[in-house]
Write a protein that binds this ligand. Structure first.
Ligand code: FAD
Ligand code: SF4
Length: 561
């Protein structure tokens, strides 16, 4: 057993000590003592749990498991240091089962907690409650918005309606007072400065070197545990460089706030193989385990803006991500029951053996099982995710570059997720469920409430337009304009048909052609459909053939030529 666990088990309280006080259960994604449920219960001890079942449910990227567990272990030690009693569990069973057992064994009262963010954990606890686990819920102060905020903007969930993030964000800005003038107007006179945030990066401002955080003994013990319990995880432990102590998390946040965010806005959408992180804070993994609290972050950003240190478009752009998108996404997941309320369209069983990587995702989805993963696919996309997403070279430099980054670090920035990885999947017709599961296991910041709405909703249009007014798709021109990838690629972004042409453009036109029934009436798609209408039958055939060849090559794991 690791020395950390030995140390924790040795100091776990006796039955007599434990039963005298209330206990707060903080899940793996609520590692913070400034949360209401801890701060409002000063006499309570903190109950922290590691569940092997959770780690074995998916082959999560090693760096994600390292971050979550090492950070939780450091958090436990920090709490002991502050004088908070900690009860630490580590066992094969689910969270709910471990809590139920310890509650009975130590004669604990109802455990205090906030409603878990992850649907999976809510279901796990519900099952244990049916077997006798007693819980007492208190509000989750980690969120910036409430269910009432959502209902104020959108009313009760109704089938077939559309949810616009901008409406929600407008309400949140007005009620939070963030970036608002005393007159009640938005700072700078506008809700959003998104349109100003679209510059290509050509080295105009050097990206400052990020602080580094060497791996310590606690993290090394987590790696040993991963090797023992879940050896077939994705990615590598080498090069782990995420902060796992409260102090180091603050160092990274202060660096992001002072050195990166002033330049965040203009280069928010830029992609560059030499600067894969660019001016992005890359703090989502820390935010999603609550080492950083969103309320504190947005106030810090506003203070820097008021002090003249962050220009308004950058401050607004960053605050919109957290106050707008992040909150919006978690409500989307909640009101659709993780997209289970939508029409479902499962992938064919053959997908489970499509290539040697398919078992990483494979799960039999029984349509009669009420808790099955959601499988909406409004575009009827069901092709298996090809080997290129698992690190095999495709010859498409944008794809290969981003995938290599994800395999190494478990992270890439928003536009690479949206306009490279998802864009290609949508254009080719890869299964949105497979893509979602791939994102879920590959990224250090992925949890059901955030990865499902981003992939099934925003990026693949699998929800039929509930989240996005049109599919986020583009040809090669967008990637060529916003990145330095194309200049080094063997494929030609300016050529759309024939050998050596970039497949993105042909894929784009044949996607529009294939989905004309569903999309051509969409006002926001009018221009591309007009352009498509002007193409001759021969041009369209050549585009279709080029697109089909690329999909076949990708599916076979070959280099795209
Ligand atoms: P910044 O760009 O600096 O933004 C600041 C913060 O805002 C982020 O840390 C994040 O917490 C929040 N944020 C921004 N956009 C979103 C969004 N669309 N949804 C939720 N929060 C947002 N984000 C995750 O946290 N987990 C995921 O699993 C995830 N999967 C995604 C999958 C796809 C296909 C796409 C297109 C986006 C996904 N995102 C996800 C959103 C976004 O890409 C990441 O939050 C962001 O890239 C993280 O980098 P950052 O910390 O530098 O973010
Ligand atoms: Fe990607 Fe096409 Fe550019 Fe190559 S040419 S990097 S495949 S967009």
């Amino acid at each position: 057993m690791s020395s950390f666990l030995q140390q924790m088990f040795a100091q776990n309280p006796s039955t007599a000590e434990a039963s005298r006080r209330p206990w707060v259960f903080l899940p793996y994604d609520r590692q913070n003592d400034r949360l209401g449920v801890v701060a409002n219960n000063p006499d309570a001890g903190i109950l922290l749990v590691e569940s092997h079942a959770k780690g074995q449910a998916r082959p999560y990227h090693r760096k994600k498991v390292m971050l979550v567990l090492s950070s939780q272990r450091h958090f436990a030690l920090e709490q002991l240091e502050k004088g908070r009693p900690v009860l630490y569990l580590n066992a094969p069973e689910s969270f709910g089962e471990q809590l139920r057992t310890v509650q009975q064994r130590l004669h604990l009262g109802p455990l205090l907690l906030s409603p878990p963010a992850e649907r999976e954990l809510r279901k796990d606890l519900e099952a244990a409650q049916a077997n006798g686990l007693r819980l007492q819920y208190q509000p989750d102060t980690a969120w910036l918005s409430t269910e009432a905020d959502w209902e104020h903007v959108f009313g009760k969930p109704t089938r077939g309606r559309q949810y616009l993030m901008e409406r929600f964000y407008r309400h949140m800005r007005q009620t939070s007072g963030l970036l608002m003038e005393p007159s009640g107007k938005f700072a700078g006179g506008r809700l959003s400065f998104d349109e100003e945030n679209r510059e290509r990066y050509r080295g105009q401002v050097p990206v400052p070197p990020r602080p580094t955080f060497p791996v310590d003994a606690i993290t090394r013990e987590v790696v040993e545990m991963i090797d023992r319990l879940t050896p077939n995880t994705l990615g590598t432990s080498e090069g782990f460089d995420l902060p796992v102590t409260a102090g180091d998390v603050d160092v990274l946040w202060q660096f992001a706030l002072k050195r990166l965010l002033p330049f965040f806005g203009p280069y928010e959408d830029a992609m560059d193989s030499r600067e894969p992180v660019m001016f992005h804070s890359a703090i989502s993994a820390l935010l999603n385990v609550s080492r950083l609290l969103p309320g504190e972050m947005v106030r810090d950003v506003e203070a820097q803006y008021r002090a003249g240190k962050i220009p308004l478009p950058s401050a607004e752009g960053f605050i919109r991500q957290i106050l707008g998108w992040r909150e919006f996404m978690r409500h989307m997941h909640r009101v659709t029951d993780g997209y289970r309320t939508l029409e479902q369209s499962p992938d064919p069983p053959a997908n489970r053996n499509a290539n040697r990587y398919s078992p990483m995702l494979a799960k039999e989805i029984n349509a009669a099982e009420p808790d099955r993963p959601a499988v909406p696919s409004a575009l009827d996309a069901h092709l298996p995710l090809p080997p290129a997403y698992w690190g095999e070279r495709s010859g498409m430099l944008c794809l290969d570059t981003v995938i290599a980054q994800v395999m190494q670090t478990g992270w890439s920035h928003h536009i690479t997720r949206l306009m490279v990885l998802s864009n290609l999947a949508v254009l080719c017709g890869f299964s949105p469920r497979e893509l979602t599961d791939w994102f879920w296991i590959s990224y250090v910041d992925a949890y059901d409430w955030v990865v499902e709405p981003n992939v099934l909703g925003m990026s693949t249009f699998a929800d039929g337009g509930l989240t996005a007014t049109k599919p986020y798709v583009s040809g090669a021109a967008y990637i060529n304009r916003m990145s330095n990838y194309c200049g080094q690629c063997a494929l030609d972004p300016k050529k759309s048909t024939g050998p050596g042409s970039c497949p993105f453009t042909a894929l784009y036109w044949s996607f529009l052609e294939r989905h004309a029934d569903l999309l051509s009436g969409n006002q926001r798609m009018r221009m591309p459909y007009n352009t498509l209408g002007k193409k001759s039958a021969d041009e369209r055939t050549a585009l279709r053939e080029r697109a089909e060849r690329a999909v076949e090559q990708l599916e076979r794991g070959e280099i795209v030529t």
